[in-house]
Design a protein around this ligand. Structure first.
Ligand code: TXA
Ligand code: MG
Length: 365
């Protein structure tokens, strides 16, 4: 049985200058000690970050990391991000240095929802199970205080993918983690809802021009604004929602998917028109329908049984998106109609996740 232990993040204090940590509460300390002991014993722990909940294990232990893949039922060919709690760990633990190109990015966005790809070296003790045999490894310094404190207490870099069962939407609450992994992991630390709500941005500055491998919590616009070569950043092949569109619906490997069928509409500012389009080609009779709306959709019509407002701003939409997909499943919805957003700022990451979850996409120029 999986234990869920709650921590109040306000009982953890960090001084950002010195990176000194202070724990103001006995219970918080007890929970962190218990979790740290599990991690040092090569076990896995579910924990909050500002992006999504992670399933953490020591990056230095292949046994530990294999337990992550097992619990998630995830194919082992997808490399994991190692999480650190100070810049010092790059030198002290990984025995390497941050390449020059990353300096302004790290200065501006760490701690935060940004992951960087570093060259792997023979001195670097990160398990080959983490890197999936690649000659690079990914690192993130999260901002979430529970995450940082957990890394400090365990004194380990933590490899952590999102703590969902493989193919399910990423978890943004401890309840989501429990729903997917109950009985499969010993402990989940509940630190409340994730503030960002979708995964970190992954960038690769080891190549020229630098590449955006996954859009996420830090926008492309923010990254290119730091200069130092980042103004030349190009989108990785799988980055744009655009790329997903040309692929045959239903033929692709689905990520982030609820059980319900997701239908995504791009450029439709009117919900009734969008849903009407879909109904021309499909029988929706007797199906339970949910609508996820954001900026423009109001009147939905057409026997919709669940309407979820994701919010108006990119920040709100990205915070609520994964939870809304899970809520629809819980309500036994068959089809989810989603209002797309423009692919700018947070919209790029939102449309990337939505196009991966969707089995059909309707675009209007
Ligand atoms: O926000 C996040 O990044 C969350 C939280 C828990 O920190 N973690 C997360 O991990 O999303 P995961 O495993 O779901 O996604 C890791 C991403 C994948 O897209 C993977 O391909 C990429 O990072 N990645 C990891 N190592 C890499 C490497 N060496 N080179 C290129 N991409 C890498
Ligand atoms: Mg994931």
């Amino acid at each position: 049985k999986t234990k869920v232990l709650k921590i109040d993040p306000s009982t953890i204090k960090f001084d950002n200058e010195s990176n000194q940590m202070e724990i103001l509460d006995r219970h918080t300390k007890d929970v962190l000690e218990e979790a740290a002991k599990l991690l040092q014993d090569s076990q896995v722990v579910g924990f909050p970050t500002e992006t999504v909940y992670g399933l953490g294990a020591s990056s230095l232990s292949s046994d530990a990391v294999e337990r992550i893949y097992e619990a998630k039922n995830r194919p082992a060919d997808n490399p994991l991000i190692s999480h650190i709690s100070s810049l010092k760990m790059i030198k002290d633990v990984f025995h390497t240095e941050i390449p020059e190109i990353y300096k302004p990015l790290v200065a501006k966005f760490w701690p935060g929802p940004l992951s960087i790809v570093l060259p792997n070296t023979p001195e670097c003790p990160v398990s080959p199970v983490v890197t999936a045999g690649q000659d690079t490894f990914a690192v993130r310094f999260p901002e979430n205080k529970v995450a940082r404190a957990l890394i400090e207490f365990s004194n380990l870099p933590l490899a952590a993918p999102s703590a969902n069962a493989s193919t399910k939407p990423s978890p943004t609450t401890a309840e989501h983690v429990l729903a997917d992994l109950d009985g499969k992991i010993p402990l989940i630390i509940d630190g409340g809802q994730c503030s960002v709500g979708l995964e970190s941005t992954v960038v690769d500055g080891t190549v020229d021009p630098p590449m955006l491998l996954r859009p996420g919590g830090v926008s492309l616009e923010e990254i290119s604004s730091v200069g130092n070569g980042w103004e030349k950043i190009v989108l990785g092949k799988k980055t744009a929602g655009q790329y997903e569109k040309v692929r045959t619906p239903g033929m692709k490997y689905k990520h982030y998917s609820p059980t319900a069928k997701v239908v995504l509409f791009e450029g439709y500012k009117n919900a009734s028109e969008a849903i009407g389009m879909y109904r021309q080609g499909h029988d929706v009779e007797g199906k339970k329908v949910a609508v996820l709306r954001s900026k423009y959709w109001s009147e939905c019509g057409h026997n919709v049984s669940l309407i979820i407002s994701l919010g108006k701003t990119g920040e709100e939409i990205q915070r609520n998106l994964f939870a809304a997909l899970r809520t629809s499943d819980k309500e036994g919805v068959d089809i989810i109609f989603v209002e797309g957003v423009e692919e700018e700022e947070q919209g790029l990451a939102i449309m990337n996740r939505l196009s991966k979850a969707a089995s059909e996409i309707y675009s209007k120029e």
